[in-house]
Design a binder for this molecule. Structure first.
Ligand code: GLA
Length: 400
């Protein structure tokens, strides 16, 4: 074998070692800049589903500013499934007639000091049956970057049938490797656009995505199946997150799906439960209601700045359950702690619950503030007993 051929082979081997070894470093460098705290914003799916239009997006952006949501930290305005049109002869994706001009829409959103999110799938079709990115990953990433997109939700959907096609025996290891490769492929495509784009993995929490999400560049990953606007769905998802806390941190978050606050299927107490639990979980806070028609209770829940501060605490520690019935705690910067007491069984009456301070790591007296009543409670000694409404929550901030 001639020397130059040998050298070329070595170079090749080196490049392939590097390209196998590099993704996680790239992943971290992209993640490190993005989503230092859990992303906050709005997503079209829970209220508009695939009927969403350009006008709905603009109205959501307007309402985010007018209502004060932007100033409370909600920044991303995310289009979910239903924007996709056809590909042209060169394979470039176009939006459908409901979104006549994506560049203009992005300009509009950016002019409000907000950011734009979009949705696609590693499969040929999205979950709604629209065009996915399969075979066009780099092209779509480039298109999204050219449009001015700042956030991509990448939803597994029909990629599952590609996995089956390539491996009819469905070896779980092979399936996992294929899925990871598909997510990594889009991650690399996003990185090579040189535009910071938050990367949101959506594959419903299968194969313990929290263990490998950061390695394929994920800034957040769904941990469960889709949420619905019922207390049962929200509570099953939210209260099942205990144990995942070690996988979350700045740049990479567990995502128990979007908020349903304001969509009408739960009581105000139950929506306070979702907002509090998601904040304790350091979960992304993506509102999913019609922002142009919010009543005051909805605004007060979504814009409770004291609860948002728990979610967005710069330490980025996901809280967890520290006792049954549901008492949850999240460590905060400066040695403070957020504690939430949930009366989660809905057929119960409002009931007294007792928090023992030593159970959340305080040996002496602590200052306390009620984050929903917006009231200082003075100094607590030993324990605190409070009546928690049915399906509701009392949320405290405790500090020495
Ligand atoms: C899946 C996702 C949802 C939504 C729909 C869109 O079900 O989990 O969040 O994006 O697809 O079709």
């Amino acid at each position: 074998m001639c020397f130059s051929r040998l050298r070329a082979l070595w170079a090749c081997a080196f490049i392939s070692i590097v390209s196998v070894a590099c993704p996680s470093r790239d992943a971290q460098s992209q993640s490190g800049r993005l989503a230092d705290t859990p992303p906050m914003g709005w997503n079209s799916w829970n209220h508009f589903a695939d009927k969403v239009t350009d006008a709905d997006l603009r109205a959501a952006a307007d309402a985010m500013v007018a209502s004060g949501m932007r100033d409370a930290g909600y920044i991303y305005v995310n289009i979910d499934d239903g924007w996709e049109g056809q590909r042209d002869a060169q394979g470039n994706i176009h939006s459908n007639s409901k979104f006549p001009d994506m560049n203009a829409l992005a300009d509009y959103v950016h002019s409000k000091r907000l950011k734009l999110g979009i949705y696609s799938s590693p499969g040929p079709k999205t979950c709604g049956g629209y065009e996915g990115s399969y075979g066009h990953e780099q092209q779509d990433a480039n298109t999204f970057a050219t449009w001015g997109v700042d956030y991509l939700k990448y939803d597994l959907c029909s990629y599952m049938s590609i996995m089956k096609l390539h491996d009819p025996h469905q070896d779980p290891q092979k399936a996992l490797a294929m899925m990871q490769a598909a997510y990594e492929k889009m991650h690399q495509a996003l990185v090579s656009t040189h535009r910071p784009i938050v990367y949101s993995l959506c594959q419903y929490g299968v194969d313990s995505v929290w263990e490998w999400g950061p390695k394929v560049g994920g800034n957040l990953w769904r941990t469960t199946d889709d949420i619905r606007d019922t207390y049962r769905s929200m509570a099953l998802i939210g209260f099942s997150q205990a144990g995942l806390e070690k996988y979350a941190g700045p740049g990479h978050w567990n995502d128990p799906d979007m908020l349903e606050v304001g969509n009408g299927g739960m009581t105000a107490d139950q929506y306070r439960t979702q907002m509090s639990l998601w904040a304790i979980l350091a979960a992304p806070l993506l509102a999913g209601n019609d922002l142009s028609k919010m009543d005051d209770p909805t605004k007060n829940i979504l814009m409770n700045k004291e609860v948002i501060a728990v979610d967005q605490d710069r330490l980025g520690i996901q809280g967890t359950r520290i006792g049954l019935p549901q008492i949850w705690m999240k460590p905060l910067s400066g040695g403070a702690k957020a504690v939430a007491l949930f009366n989660y069984v809905t057929d119960d009456e409002a009931e007294p619950m007792t928090l023992r301070l030593k159970d959340v790591g305080f040996s002496g007296p602590v200052h306390a503030r009620d984050l929903w009543a917006h009231q200082d409670l003075g100094i607590l000694h030993g324990s605190y007993t409070v009546t928690v409404p049915q399906g509701g929550v009392v949320m405290l901030r405790l500090w020495k």
